[in-house]
Design a protein around this ligand. Structure first.
Ligand SMILES: Nc1ncnc2c1ncn2[C@@H]1O[C@H](COP(=O)(O)OP(=O)(O)O)[C@@H](O)[C@H]1O
Ligand SMILES: [Mg+2]
Length: 340
């Protein structure tokens, strides 16, 4: 068959189905997806997926172009292909186009929406329950009323925090490609941020120290965002490392970092608390990932703090590393390129 010659030479995934409904040719890259030896078979036994078969049947009948989908598998990975079916003189030309990446992004977005809905639903359900109780059983019980109102306040604060975190995440993502260009004195920024956190630190009862050996060197940054990084890391240390009684911040003298392919500053935030088991470490910067969701929620956490930190550092071409020993504590290290 003359048509097999050009199709075999095509570097794109293409299939021809003859007017007799028999597969006339399959390009090599499509054979990688569908498997070998399909030429010569009826298209129904070669393709097997009902929505695609319907579209092919329709294209044969109408002789109009049709779009459909093929779901494949590549090792352990599901793949998604867009299929365009173009009739040409009784033959159908099927071109396959890899939409796996776009499909994965869509899936991520759906997961994200499901997570956000779940995070909001839990406090809302609690609030609803307390409102009912306050109207009914606890109506004349002043003590119970105070207790419930305190919980309601905590839940609303947490929802507000969640919305704030979502907004800052989307803002950071929005300008992730825009490099920050201000020269920031990191030592000064850290000590000013610790001052702002004074009341929170005081309330935690932990002692917080800063040793700054940056020698006043500047990093390239966005001071609001870097402040957010410091706040998130210090608050995590206060919340999850409280057993250790103290938190130490340290800025090393400027030095060369292979990861930055240049000079930078390293800021370490160390707590002496319970630590994190190694298998959690690579996942901590995922949205909504928590080691102990119950504890995190109880402490007002949203599970977004480290995701925000990671995006901010991406924008700064910086790095975050977390090292931890169970029972001994955790160190989060931020490295940032110097301003030249
Ligand atoms: N210093 C730390 N010590 C122990 N666990 C930590 C520390 N920092 C973060 N974690 C863990 O990482 C999780 C994710 O942190 P984060 O993204 O800031 O979310 P959140 O604090 O809102 O829960 C936390 O829930 C906690 O389980
Ligand atoms: Mg946090």
């Amino acid at each position: 068959m003359p048509a097999t010659v050009p199709v075999d030479a095509l570097p794109v995934p293409v299939m021809l189905i003859g007017p007799d409904q028999i597969v006339a040719a399959v390009s090599p890259s499509l054979a990688d997806v569908l498997g070998p030896r399909l030429a010569g078979r009826h298209y129904v036994t070669a393709l097997r997926q009902p929505p695609l078969l319907d579209a092919i049947e329709d294209a044969f009948r109408s002789q109009n172009t049709r779009q459909s989908q093929f779901l494949g598998r590549d090792g352990a990975r599901d793949t998604t292909w867009g299929v365009t079916i173009t009739p040409h003189r009784g033959t159908l030309i099927l071109t396959f186009d890899d939409r796996t990446a776009a499909h994965d992004v869509g899936q991520l977005r759906r997961d994200f929406v499901a997570n956000v809905s779940h995070e909001l639903r839990t406090p809302l359900t609690a609030l609803q329950g307390f409102i009912e109780t306050l109207r009914g059983a606890a109506r004349d019980d002043a003590q119970a009323r105070e207790r419930f109102l305190a919980i309601m306040e905590r839940e609303t604060t947490r929802m507000t925090q969640l919305v704030d975190d979502l907004l800052s995440l989307s803002r950071v993502e929005e300008n992730e490609r825009l490099r920050p260009n201000a020269a920031i004195n990191l030592g000064q920024l850290v000590s000013a941020t610790l001052e702002d956190l004074g009341p929170v630190i005081e309330q935690s009862g932990l002692s917080v120290t800063l040793s700054d050996e940056s020698a006043g060197v500047h990093v390239l940054g966005d001071s609001n965002q870097l402040r957010q990084v410091i706040v998130n890391l210090v608050q995590n240390a206060l919340k999850y490392g409280s057993d250790g009684g103290r938190i130490a911040l340290r800025i090393d003298p400027p030095s060369h970092f292979r990861k930055l392919r240049g000079d930078g500053l390293a800021l370490h935030v160390t707590d002496y608390g319970r630590g994190i088991a190694p298998h959690h470490l690579p996942r901590l910067t995922e949205r909504f990932y928590r080691v102990d969701s119950h504890r995190s929620r109880g402490l007002g956490g949203t599970g977004l703090g480290l995701a925000i930190v990671k995006h901010i550092l991406n924008r700064h071409r910086g790095r975050l590393t977390i090292s931890s020993t169970l029972g001994q504590g955790t160190t989060c290290t931020v490295i940032l390129p110097l301003a030249d």
